[in-house]
Ligand binder design. Structure first.
Ligand SMILES: CC(C)(COP(=O)(O)OP(=O)(O)OC[C@H]1O[C@@H](n2cnc3c(N)ncnc32)[C@H](O)[C@@H]1OP(=O)(O)O)[C@@H](O)C(=O)NCCC(=O)NCCS
Length: 197
């Protein structure tokens, strides 16, 4: 299956979804990333933590890249940018974060797509690829996700990717400046996974 293809490079893990290449963000991505995030601001802000005032600046991006490198070294978090294999264009991002080892062996995913690339099935290819990376490469037992009940795109994405809704957490995350209730989803390593299209 295409989405099980993954490998490593000097700059971190590489994961391949169908027609999409996922790799660790690099400083050279700044221009494409800042442009796509700026264009998508209205589309993304209702669903994300507040953007710091300097978020789209190059110094903040440099700090972000340094933090990502440290988090990968610590086996704490695996951030990826998603690129079209055909055009090389940046499409969005996904992070497998908050990795917990020991008796837990779990992590959480968070994702975004640039508005011009939304509703084209990209994240439906990316999420199963990252789930496969979590279970097969990192040997995790459980992948979790949380989303706002009003986020129809995200709830549909999780459900079609094989996640099960397990709970409802009050004021779970501070999204767009407010503590907001979330639906809690999870997938266990031996849950049935959708077949690649
Ligand atoms: C959630 C998100 C990542 C989905 O990415 P995407 O690449 O557009 O998703 P897909 O095209 O693969 O669509 C996934 C499913 O959601 C549905 N969907 C997508 N956008 C939708 C919308 N605005 N309303 C209702 N359903 C939607 C699609 O139809 C598809 O379901 P289907 O296969 O049954 O038709 C994207 O909408 C996004 O970045 N939203 C803003 C940020 C965000 O919500 N992040 C997640 C926070 S939990």
């Amino acid at each position: 299956m295409a989405f099980l293809r993954s490998t490593s490079s000097e700059t971190g893990p590489l994961v391949f979804a169908e027609g999409i290449r996922l790799r660790t963000p690099q400083i050279a991505d700044y221009g494409a990333w800042a442009e796509l995030r700026a264009r998508s601001r209205k589309f993304l802000v209702p669903w994300e933590p507040l953007w710091p005032a300097d978020d789209l600046t190059k110094p903040a991006f440099r700090r972000r890249i340094r933090r990502y490198a440290q988090e990968i070294r610590d086996d704490h978090s695996y951030p990826f940018f998603a690129f079209s294999e055909e055009t090389g264009e940046l499409l969005g991002g996904i992070t497998l974060g908050n990795v917990r080892r020991g008796v837990t062996q779990a992590a959480s995913i968070g994702y975004w797509i640039g508005e011009p690339h939304a509703r084209q099935g990209h994240m439906s290819r990316v999420v199963p690829a990252i789930v496969a990376f979590a279970f097969e490469r990192l040997r995790l037992h459980r992948v979790e996700a949380a989303c706002l009940p009003s986020n129809a795109a995200s709830t549909r994405l999780l459900e079609k990717s094989g996640f099960t809704q397990e709970g409802y957490a009050r004021q779970y995350l501070c999204i767009n400046g407010d503590w907001q209730d979330h639906l809690l989803y999870a997938m266990i390593h031996n849950d049935p996974r959708p077949v690649a299209r």
